[in-house]
Design a protein. Sequence first.
Length: 278
Amino acid sequence: MIGSAVTPYLKKQGHKVFCLVRRAAGAGEIQWDPEGGRIDPSAVEGFDGVVHLASMPWPARWTPKSKEQIYNNRIQTNKLLASTLADCHHKPQVLICASGMGIYPDSSDQILTEDSTVGTDFLAHLQYDGEAATAPASTVGIRVVNLRIPGVLGGAGLKRNLGRMGSGRQWTSWIGRDELACIVDYVLMNDALSGPINPTSPNPVRNAEFAATLSRALGRKPGLPMPAFVLRLLLGEMAEALILASRRIIPAKLLAAGYRFRFPNLEVALLHELGINA
């Protein structure tokens, strides 16, 4: 979902973009097999920058087996790409690698920045170890940026009229899909940005406000609230980590670097992503 917005935006900005694909490569594409640990080193020689957004589809509920698959996929893809780029004769100047907001713990009303302490649950270990797997690139002088991506507004799922989740008081950090594409380009071109970056709106909202704003943008009545115990029954550990946890994340590094958000307001961002004139 994210790559489908990032690729055309980068092209529009004048970049020449090649896409990594798992199938047979066509024009403007490079084949790789991240699960098998295979990529042609010569095919990734000479690029100025690399943006890594690849991820496997997540199941509706975590099991020990699915968690192992998710973890191995994240570590293997990051390490394969970082190691291959590190061995290039003409190395890229920058590697942007997707991470996630789940690296931060449930923090109630506390404001979280890139300097905040990371969590200790499965999701935090997944993101932390995924970021660590990019070390081969940074060790040889490639500027590595780990984007700790929050919930992204975009795609068909945005039209689901969700109600309040649990108490609704938990903070929800978010970013519009088109805004995220702009941030990727900004980070590519800004040599001062490296390490963890929070590509989040500077205006996180509580879950109840998010649900009400989405309903208003869709022109519908608010969806039915979902009690916390039902979410835990349906989704188990995933409910606690992804839906009920409160993460009030601020994009401190982007703001300090002078990035100006196009859609800092939730309702305006939703209307934009839904294709509705504000």
